[in-house]
Design a protein around this ligand. Structure first.
Ligand code: PLP
Length: 455
């Protein structure tokens, strides 16, 4: 594979002629964001407009320092916990390398994620497999690769997994429980309450029954309990409630079966900033209060404190990437609206269409003296709902050929990308210290054609 290296671009932040204003710093932008020459915006020392010229658009620019820095921050904040990066937010071999080198484990939810990680050299013992509907093939692959832990999510899985396991090489498992806690920004991603497909509800006794059944299987080593409340949670409170609920169940398990389970997995869902004024989950506060609460509740229940596991996905990958699009058309309608259409959309970022997720967007690579106006940034797909940013504040003289950058694009965009309209998925470049390297090439129509084997 050819490595495309960008030369470092010298800059004097804030003073270069035509520099973007310093308000890009902070908020949802990576910490390395700096004004660049010619109104470019540097991420990891690489100009976004320059990268767009070199690699084409839409382009996902992944800041290695931001991803690694966030992984490292988790390790430091929770030195006694195990931190597993949730691969479903975004996974490629480089990402697997970075989180592995920063001391994290990996949480995967399919044989695809599992295979990619292990092929990249990620140690299988540090991988946890979860999912509400794991196929027999997935479970067999997980066993063959010797994954560290498997999360049991439904009754059928207990027997299915037990049948694969010889008693002399037991499989470490967690039971996923539903603690009955509503948290998260959107009903579609709330997984801590009943009435959704994941886990065994505590209420009504399903969780206790599953625990009893797993304990009955000699091939399954029940290491602990798992829960995952949802996504984009910015307050610590729901996690404290989850600690209470899980510790109650750990105490009940001890009382009923005489076993103290050594692990407690609180899942992920840690919220990030998408808009400049947004709150994110405060990692330091999370670490202190969850650790304290766990110690207090265990002392009250006379339990040894289990090892805490957390599974952040979005909080590591989300802020690390910026999506760059090229404007293809600017349309003013008779009723006074303005639609700015770009060369990507719901096929590379389905989140706005799926959840109504908000984003901020900015012009890069050209200085505009025009005042701001309100426009809808829309995608290029044949779907009226293909809107990326509603009511975005952008220069009034925006025109075809301009480049728009959207921060906080690292999680649940590429990993949810589709082949809609045969547009093909964007390229991904990693940037670091002024150099850019292509990680994933752009998907072309030839890739679609190559999968065809009949007509
Ligand atoms: C999705 C998921 C995560 C990660 O969620 P984020 O919102 O990306 O932090 C962690 N654990 C489980 C079980 C999940 O399903």
């Amino acid at each position: 594979m050819t490595q495309l290296i960008a030369p470092p671009v010298p800059t004097t932040p804030g003073t270069a002629p035509g520099a973007v204003s310093a308000d890009v710093l902070g908020g949802p932008w990576p910490a390395t964001a700096r004004p660049g020459r010619g109104a470019d915006l540097l991420i990891g020392g690489v100009g976004l407009a320059e990268a767009a010229e070199r690699f084409g658009t839409p382009l996902y620019v992944l800041d290695e320092a931001e991803a690694r820095g966030r992984a490292r921050a988790y390790r430091r904040a929770l030195p006694h916990a195990e931190v597993l990066y949730a691969a479903k937010a975004f996974l490629c071999s480089a990402m697997a390398d970075w989180v592995e080198q920063e001391g994290l484990g990996l949480d995967v939810c399919s044989s695809g994620e599992l295979w990619l990680a292990v092929s990249a050299g990620f140690p299988a013992q540090r991988i946890l497999l979860h999912g509400n509907a794991k196929s027999p093939e997935e479970l067999r692959l997980a066993r063959r690769l010797r994954v560290g832990r498997i999360v049991i999510d439904g009754p059928a899985e207990i027997a299915r997994l037990a049948a694969l396991v010889a008693a002399d090489t037991p499989q470490k498992v967690l039971v996923r429980i539903v603690p009955g806690i509503a948290a998260g920004h959107h009903a579609a991603v709330r997984t801590g309450v009943g009435g959704q497909k994941f886990g065994f509800p505590v209420e009504g006794g399903d969780a206790a029954d599953a625990i009893a059944r797993v304990l009955d299987q000699p091939g399954l080593e029940l290491a602990g309990l798992h829960c995952h409340l949802g996504s984009q949670i910015t307050s610590v409170e729901p996690y404290l409630e989850a600690v209470d609920a899980v510790v109650r169940l750990l105490a009940e398990t001890r009382d009923r079966h005489g076993v103290e389970l050594p692990e407690l997995d609180l899942g992920g869902g840690h919220g990030i900033r998408y808009l400049p004024g947004d709150e994110e989950l405060d990692l330091a506060e999370f670490a202190v209060r969850v650790t304290d609460r766990l110690a207090v509740r265990c002392a009250e229940a006379d339990l040894d404190v289990p090892r805490l596991i957390v599974e952040p996905g979005r909080a590591i990958a989300g802020p690390a990437a910026v999506a760059v699009y090229r404007v293809l058309s600017v349309k003013h309608t008779a009723d006074g609206r303005c639609f700015v259409a770009v060369d990507g959309g719901m096929s590379d970022n389905p989140r706005p269409a799926l959840y109504g997720s908000p984003y901020t967007v900015r012009l890069v690579g050209r200085r505009s003296e025009a005042g701001e106006t309100r426009v809808d940034v829309v995608g290029r797909h044949c779907e009226a709902g293909d809107v990326l940013v509603r009511d975005a504040a952008l220069p009034a003289d925006l025109r075809p050929g301009d480049l728009l950058a959207m921060p906080a694009s690292g999680a649940y965009q590429l990993s949810m990308a589709s082949g809609y309209n045969l547009v093909g998925r964007p390229a991904v470049v990693a940037v670091k210290d002024g150099r850019a390297r292509l990680l994933i090439r752009r998907e072309t129509v030839e890739d679609f054609r190559l999968r065809e084997v009949g007509r």
